[in-house]
Design a protein around this ligand. Structure first.
Ligand SMILES: [Zn+2]
Length: 564
């Protein structure tokens, strides 16, 4: 045995057998074991224990990596992360920090100046609640900057877009446009579209890229696959440096699948990717006999994504008591209840695991009715249907979720990033958003995830948000539902693997499992909750290969030797 230098670990022949020693290993296995060393051989965990036991298991031909007291945890699994869209947001107008229409027009002006006339200008993350001007932005604001370019700015929730007149014109959308089912067009006092399109109305402008009908908010912009692959390579670097080893993209059309396939082909993505096809493709998928899970441990098709309602941030989630300060926002259902029930049943009976976007309690009831009916018609043990967001289940609905064995795939980062807007929308109801403790007491294991690009993709931000449920202005939200660090870590590893039906090989550091591990640059156990977000990742391992080292970055030579 020997202790390796950087060059040996990342050079042309990275070691196949590694002993990670001298650390704190949090295994996230069912008995909550901790250890000080892990052995890795040929991409799998082959020993967990102390240095002596691990070295003995590996034999003489291995390389030691001294963790220096750092904490090793299972590779972090983001069960709801729009990786392609997040990657696109890196190169688009980043509207996340914009707080006024004046600031928005200045930022847009800079982009318009360097964009060829006629080319689309895209932006992500615009949050139009609480803008300094105290009104919604309109297409007229954008038109003042440019009508030479079509402009589409995706709202921070991903559920709405703001477009300029050129974008509406290019798609032939006139003043007489009707609200499509599952969406609405914001209008001024004269009935003229203001440029804000909500939920399924986003498809009016974006269907030219991918037509998803009324099956979800459309943010699938026309971008050449070459560009998407380059952006995915960048996202891969950033995600590995943040400690992610697996992501599940919860809204995949042919555009995303093509990008992921091409990226895989070229070896530019080390992360494992699980793709959830959007329900507008169900007929085609069934025609060719394709049902998830399908694929391998690096790129696979998982559950089918279905939408019930809109989003809380912009007032389109469906609650029994409407949203907004004036309680006048009744929300939007993508499908009428009987249509949702038919869609759920058809996919369930075909063998799909489902991931159903549902935020409000009224939408939750409609969704649970549909799933119960499908399960009654054809019971499927351990089917693990997921509820994406699962933001506001009532006490009674939690009981139904437990009985159905459904898995809430939540995003506590919404509280830390959008919580003040949620306070406006929900009032006191916010304290029962993502009721983790109540869920756990019923035996439900909620998963935590990022929903990037909506929130930060950094798993430590998500874990910190589950542990400290604080809004940006510091309001503590439902403290009884705060998770411990151990619970939050498990919700981002083992429980996430369970939601992906990959818990037999991912999600914990156990003998025989795939060797996906992350070493945090510190002692997780003694890190105060308010310091969790500043904990860095020191090393990321996927398939037993070191794919990121803090002192080196995720360099291209690592990827070049992926097959060694
Ligand atoms: Zn999402």
């Amino acid at each position: 045995m020997k202790t390796a230098g950087v060059a040996e670990l990342t050079g042309p022949r990275p070691p196949r057998r590694l002993a990670l020693i001298g650390g704190v290993v949090v295994t996230c296995d069912s008995s909550g074991t901790t250890a000080t060393a892990v052995g890795i051989a040929d991409g799998h965990v082959c020993a967990v224990g102390d240095a002596t036991a691990v070295r003995a298991a590996l034999g003489p031909d291995h390389v030691d990596v001294d963790l220096g007291g750092r904490t090793a945890v299972p590779g972090l699994i983001d069960a709801h992360n729009h990786m392609v869209a997040t990657a696109e947001s890196f190169a688009a107008l980043d509207a996340r920090g914009i707080r006024s229409i004046a600031e928005l027009t200045r930022a847009l002006d800079r982009v318009a100046e360097r964009t060829r006339p006629g080319q689309w200008i895209r932006g992500f993350g615009l949050n139009w609640a609480r803008l300094a001007e105290n009104r919604l932005p309109t297409r007229t604001d954008l038109d003042r900057i440019t009508v030479a370019h079509p402009v589409v700015l995706v709202h921070v929730s991903g559920h709405y877009v703001l477009v300029n007149s050129r974008a509406l014109g290019e798609r032939g959308i006139g003043d007489d446009v009707a609200d499509p089912p599952g969406g609405n067009v914001e209008r001024d006092a004269t009935g003229r579209p203001t440029g804000i399109l909500r939920d399924a109305a986003t498809n009016l402008v974006l269907q030219q890229s991918v037509d998803i009908g009324r099956h979800g908010p459309n943010f699938h912009m026309a971008v050449p696959v070459e560009d998407l692959v380059a952006l995915l390579a960048e996202a891969n670097r950033r995600y590995l440096a943040a400690g992610l080893t697996t992501i599940c993209d919860p809204q995949v059309t042919r555009r995303e699948l093509e990008a992921y396939r091409e990226a895989r082909q070229r070896g530019v993505v080390d992360l494992r990717v699980v793709a959830m096809p959007l329900s507008h493709q169900l007929d085609e998928l069934l025609t060719v006999g394709l049902v998830g899970p399908f694929g391998d441990d690096h790129l696979r098709i998982g559950a089918l994504k279905i939408y019930t309602d809109g989003a809380i941030t912009g007032g389109t989630a469906v609650f029994s008591e409407p949203l907004g300060r004036d309680r006048n926002q009744r929300g939007i259902l993508y499908h009428a209840p009987e249509e949702l029930a038919a869609l759920v049943r058809r996919a369930h009976e075909a063998g799909w695991q489902l991931g159903i976007h549902t935020m409000g309690d009224r939408a939750m009831g409609i969704m649970l009715d549909a799933v119960e009916a499908a399960m009654r018609a054809r019971p499927r043990p351990d089917v693990r249907h997921r509820i994406e967001h699962c933001t506001w289940p009532t006490e009674g609905q939690l009981g139904r979720i437990a009985t159905l064995g459904m898995i809430p795939v939540t995003q506590p980062g919404s509280i830390t990033e959008l919580g003040d807007i949620w306070l406006d929308q929900l009032g006191d109801r916010i304290h029962r958003a993502m009721p983790f403790r109540a869920a756990c007491e019923l035996g439900i294991r909620p998963v935590i995830s990022s929903d990037a690009f909506v929130q930060s993709y950094r798993p430590l931000d998500t874990i910190a948000a589950a542990v400290r449920r604080l809004t940006p202005s510091g309001v503590r939200v439902g403290p009884e539902h705060e998770l411990t660090v151990e619970e939050a870590l498990r919700a981002h590893t083992f429980d996430a693997a369970r939601a992906l039906a990959m818990d037999d090989r991912l999600g914990s550091i156990e003998m025989g499992k795939l060797a996906d591990l992350v070493v945090l640059d510190g002692d997780l156990g003694s890190t105060a909750p308010e310091r969790l977000r500043s904990l860095d990742v020191w090393m990321t391992i996927v398939d037993g290969r070191i794919v990121y080292r803090r002192d080196r970055g995720a360099t291209s030579d690592l990827r070049a030797h992926r097959t060694v």
